[in-house]
Design a binder for this molecule. Structure first.
Ligand SMILES: [Zn+2]
Length: 678
């Protein structure tokens, strides 16, 4: 292992068109913060940089929708995001933004350097252009009819009704979202980064030299490299972004994916005149903390940019996390299925560390993970309150009760005492190894082990029972308990900084040197401590219920919004017509995928009348395993149809959502197969 002299830590630049939520915190910012706090405690030379990513089309679209300028949008969210991070103790040395002048200059120079080396490929293509507004249209600004489902409001990159991804040229009857007029095709020149030329470099640098990267990161890189890279445009026709710094590029800006990662460099420049030491010296360890959606940019594209520019170091590691889900569903900003940080603090003031704890204990390090409010409550009540808080409180209260708040003189140590005292350095080592290998969940668990040891030690030795008979022994027990408290205040500093500070205050200690964990007399005999203050409080059922209700209220609201877009009713039919339809309750006996199709399942059903086979297009909404044993509703007298060589006898009834997702209908309680639906 190489010995580095300094660390440069970056955390993904959040996109400034919305606030941040728990998924961001769990995936990127808490792990990055733990890592940098730990290195600082070890007295390493560390800088930790981040900032808002403020360019790109989604911001201009948001601005247009809200009747504001893009700058007003990013100003608003930059300050909300910055505040949230500060409130959660994310200890950046700088939180910058990509709309400031240092960044414009840095990004322009970066482009120019590669341009002057003839590093880019130039290509002229035909793009859609709005003649009235005299500007080229980003895909999102072209609206037309979806060729698949007929939705008249499909975007140039995607139809949101059927979910198909589209190219603008596929839309029928395309028109500009700005002027409403049909666009013309006009030729335009752009500059491309020839990623394909760097495949051999990546194979050697990542696949051979960085096999220690996390399997999810390494695996994604390998699959990108194996499937072949394509040149990627670094410029685009837009008026929001860093202007292209060359004459021929007038009216064009850098693509946001190109300018954003340069933001790390700009932020460092803004922070210190010594910035080159961090970016241009092989003695620096550069670590990018990101979410999995950013792997390709930080492991493939940005390193190629750095290499082409030529004067920068490459990242040593990119410990990307997977995603955090919320109550079993994907977190979604647009659908408001999220726990927003600024809202959390309104409901749980001063409880930053509870969230930091839960999100670390349950971090999506190797696979997607789920955050639930019940788990949040359980970890608070049975771990933070019952173990860590309870132990510290007892130790401090008893010290005041028996020794006027002074660390007592110890007598002789029993085997049990010695075992506890020697556990400090083993736990320290375990925490270190885990943090250095980006296993933050394990690291936290190890730190928590010391609190468990302390809690058990007091429960086993019961000083309150022997205080009248063996005062000398009580002195030793509390001496040891206070040493545990002192060590806890150091061990928890990277994970729960607010709690660690509170604990140091209680212990009247300024100790913040990691290497002193396990030191003898960390709190010396006769040292005066302050009075006890509860570190954590119980979270009651009603507080949790309120959060769950709040989430479901938001979900209900968004369903209502969608409901306003439902199709109007069909023409009336006679009762006799309805009578012809025979709908029954049935149970799924068997379900399997129809080979070579995405949507079809072959179901064997007990309809009460018979056992029959139905082919149903529900495979994108249900897996076969979910269906077996389930009761459904079937139209039994539909003429049999041949589908993919299978005779389908009837049709399963489903409700169809706005994006084509299907929901099966079933009887409200277990019911007789063959029961008629009238
Ligand atoms: Zn469509």
């Amino acid at each position: 292992m190489k010995n580095f002299q300094r660390y440069l830590i970056t955390a993904a630049l959040p996109y400034a068109n919305g606030p941040v939520h728990i998924g961001h915190l769990a995936g990127v910012y808490i792990p990055a913060d733990i890592y940098s706090r730990y290195l600082r405690l070890k007295k390493e030379d560390v800088i930790f940089v981040c900032g808002s990513d403020e360019h790109g089309v989604p911001i201009t679209i948001r601005a247009q929708k809200e009747g504001k300028t893009p700058q007003e949008i990013v100003d608003k969210y930059h300050s909300i995001i910055k505040n949230s991070f500060a409130e959660f103790g994310i200890n950046f040395d700088i939180y910058s933004r990509t709309t400031n002048s240092v960044h414009y200059e840095t990004a322009s120079n970066f482009f120019k350097t590669i341009f002057e080396k003839n590093g880019f490929i130039e290509k002229t293509t035909e793009n859609f252009f709005d003649e009235e507004r005299q500007q080229f249209l980003a895909d999102r600004y072209i609206i037309g009819t979806c060729p698949r489902c007929g939705n008249e409001k499909a975007y140039g990159d995607q139809c949101e009704k059927c979910g198909t991804s589209l190219a603008p040229s596929e839309l029928l009857n395309p028109h500009s979202a700005l002027s409403g007029k049909p666009p013309i095709l006009k030729s335009t020149k752009h500059w491309y980064l020839p990623l394909d030329k760097f495949e051999n470099f990546l194979k050697k640098w990542i696949l051979e030299e960085h096999q220690e990267w996390k399997p999810n990161v390494y695996g994604q890189c390998k699959s990108w490299i194996d499937s072949g890279l394509q040149p990627r445009a670094v410029s685009r026709d837009l008026n929001w972004g860093v202007p292209l710094p060359i004459e021929e590029g007038k009216g064009k800006v850098l693509y946001v994916w190109f300018d954003a990662p340069i933001g790390y460099i700009s932020a460092t420049k803004e922070l210190t005149e010594d910035w080159e030491k961090y970016w241009k010296s092989e003695d620096t360890k550069l670590v990018h903390f990101i979410g999995k959606d950013n792997i390709v940019f930080h492991c493939i594209i940005f390193p190629i940019m750095l290499k082409m520019e030529g004067s920068y170091i490459l990242p040593e590691n990119v410990p990307a996390n997977e995603f955090l889900n919320l109550e079993g569903e994907k977190i979604s900003t647009s659908q408001n299925w999220a726990v927003w940080l600024h809202e959390y603090l309104e409901d749980f003031p001063q409880k930053q560390d509870v969230l930091r704890y839960v999100l670390t204990a349950n971090a999506p390090e190797t696979k997607d993970n789920d955050f639930t409010w019940k788990d949040f409550q359980a970890r608070n009540n049975s771990e933070l309150v019952a173990v860590l808080g309870n132990f510290v409180n007892r130790a401090v209260v008893l010290t005041h009760k028996y020794f006027e708040g002074k660390v007592p003189q110890y007598d002789s140590f029993s085997d049990y005492d010695k075992e506890v005292l020697t556990s400090f350095s083993q736990i320290k080592k375990n925490v270190e190894e885990n943090i250095e290998n980006f296993h933050f969940r394990e690291a936290l668990k190890e730190a928590m082990n010391l609190a468990r040891i302390g809690n058990k030690y007091l429960a086993d030795t019961e000083p309150w029972k022997i205080v009248k008979t063996d005062f000398l022994r009580v002195q030793t027990i509390l001496y040891i308990s206070l040493q545990i408290c002192g060590n806890l205040s150091l061990l928890f500093e990277p994970f729960l900084p607010f709690t660690a500070a509170k604990l140091r205050k209680m212990l009247n200690s300024n100790e913040i040197n990691w290497e002193n964990i396990g030191k003898e007399n960390l709190l010396p005999v006769n040292h005066q401590i302050e009075t006890a203050e509860l570190l954590f409080a119980q979270i009651e059922d009603k507080e949790i219920e309120k959060q769950i209700e709040k989430l479901h209220f938001a979900k209900q609201q968004r369903l209502q919004q969608t409901a306003s877009q439902v199709k109007s009713a069909k023409q009336n039919i006679s009762y006799d017509d309805f009578q012809k339809i025979d709908i029954r309750v049935a149970t799924v006996l068997k379900a399997e995928k129809v080979a070579k199709t995405k949507k079809l399942l072959q179901l064997t059903l007990d309809t009460g009348i018979d056992t029959r086979i139905v082919v149903s297009g529900i495979a994108e909404s249900y897996s076969p395993e979910q269906l077996i044993g389930k009761q459904v509703v079937i139209l039994v007298n539909l003429e049999p149809r041949e589908i993919k060589g299978i005779t389908s006898q009837g049709m399963i009834l489903t409700a169809e959502g706005q994006n084509g997702e299907l929901c099966l209908l079933s009887p409200e309680k277990l019911f007789m197969n063959g029961a008629e639906i009238k």
